[in-house]
Design a protein around this ligand. Structure first.
Ligand code: 7TS
Length: 407
């Protein structure tokens, strides 16, 4: 019983799931792009703007105090969720992209010509481009962990890339395009043996896997709120205190200072040093509620149910002639990237949208993966714990129809 999910109850928490699209019940299979939002999170946003909207950390008045308390309570919820040792190690960002850029910017003063940084072949562009920019700025060299046909990383090759020149390794926990769960424990351990720091992009893991940053001993872990049932425009950077203390601030402005004169400014302590300006206060509070919501269901329950959906959908899809699935790693989240022989993914996505089914098509901001498979893109169906087997049946019927129409 521990893995049973009360699907009716859960679906009732998500008002959007009962709407129609193009005259058909919405089947939302684009969860890897953005998850849907439960009432608990929607109401937290409404309650904030109706009840205590005010700027934080600066007002003596009651509203400001209430908003500050709620925001800091959310930071504590996030700390506990990721098992960070200290609240100061939790930096609110606008999302994963912001978190990665913040760290990449900080490392500009850490790197020099001859240093090496390692990325993987499975990354989203937001975990590639900031590091390329960093290498351009510093003269450091970017090395790439190769991938295999099944969409996994070749970690033996990774170990050969590591050397005393390696300063930083950045890899995603879960690939957005293929769903591969990477062996980040091994990646982190091996990097640390060479004295390199590790940033894990947890954007795609956060809705499915509860990461324990202390057990992982990871240096940086970044996530986006909008992929884990929270709102858009808010995310989290976890960083070990020693690193966050060492790295320079990313942006200058209000709230990140200790003293300002025209001669010299001293910076505030953590986490404020990295939180210049008025943050997404409501977003942070709502993200805390989203994390509470996910934990109330339980990550083991979520993973077991989503795995059932993945297995069911994979079996059904492979029965359609001409279907090829990309990413067949044993450890996978509920993502299926596929093509049908001779048909462009965009055409499938467009036709099934007419039947109410939302999937993403294209390169999924992971062009190197598409280049590896020599394809322009895929159709990507990504499932969440609020999806059902009946929705998968509707999706399979729609794909079959699209195939007939496009063949
Ligand atoms: N890293 C990974 C692994 C991602 O999947 C994404 C977004 C990002 C970083 C960037 O996150 P953001 O919130 O800062 O934009 N991935 C996707 C996707 O797969 N489809 O749409 C967005």
């Amino acid at each position: 019983m521990s893995h049973q999910i009360d699907i009716e109850k859960i679906r009732a928490d998500f008002p959007i799931l009962s709407r129609k699209v193009n005259g058909h019940p919405l089947v939302y299979f684009d969860n890897a792009a953005t998850s849907q939002t439960p009432k608990a999170v929607i109401y937290a946003i409404v309650e904030y703007y109706e009840g205590y909207n005010a700027n934080i950390h600066r007002g003596v008045h009651s509203l400001s105090q209430e908003a500050t308390d709620a925001y800091e309570e959310a930071r504590e919820t996030i700390r506990a969720h990721f098992n960070a040792e200290k609240k100061e190690e939790i930096i609110f960002t606008s999302g994963t992209t912001h978190g990665i850029n913040l760290v990449a910017n900080g490392f500009a003063s850490e790197l020099k010509v001859g240093d090496e940084v390692i990325v993987s072949a499975l990354e989203h562009h937001s975990n590639i481009v900031p590091w390329q920019m960093l290498c351009e700025k510093t003269g450091a060299t970017l090395k790439v962990i190769p991938m295999t046909e099944s969409g996994e990383l070749n970690l033996d090759a990774y170990e050969e890339l590591l050397s005393e020149h390696t300063k930083l390794v950045f890899v995603n926990h879960v690939s957005n395009a293929l769903g591969t769960v990477n062996d980040i424990e091994r990646i982190i351990t091996k990097a640390h043996q060479k004295g390199a720091a590790v940033l894990i992009d947890g954007a795609q893991a956060a809705p499915h896997i509860k990461a324990d940053v202390q057990a992982l001993d990871v240096d940086f872990y970044v996530v986006s709120g909008h992929k884990m049932c929270g709102p858009t425009g808010v995310g989290v950077l976890y960083g070990k205190e020693e690193w966050l203390t060492k790295l320079p601030p990313y942006q200058g402005g209000g709230e990140m200072i200790d003293q300002v004169t025209f001669e010299k400014t001293t910076y505030a302590g953590l986490p404020h040093k990295f939180e210049a300006g008025t943050p997404n206060i409501c977003g942070g509070i709502a993200l805390g509620k989203a994390i509470d919501y996910l934990n109330a269901i339980g990550f083991e329950t979520i993973a077991a149910y989503e795995h059932e959906l993945l297995t069911y959908a994979t079996e059904q899809l492979l029965e359609i002639e001409g279907v090829k699935i990309y990413g067949t790693s044993k450890e996978k989240t509920a993502v299926i990237s596929f093509n049908i022989e001779g048909i462009h993914p965009y055409d499938i996505g467009t036709i099934i949208d007419k039947l109410g089914i939302a999937v993403r098509t294209g390169h999924h901001c992971a062009q190197p993966i598409m280049d590896y498979y020599k394809i322009p893109g895929t159709v990507r169906a990504s499932f969440s714990f609020y999806n059902t087997k009946e929705e998968i049946d509707a999706f399979i019927q729609a794909v079959k129809r699209a195939k007939v129409m496009l063949s």
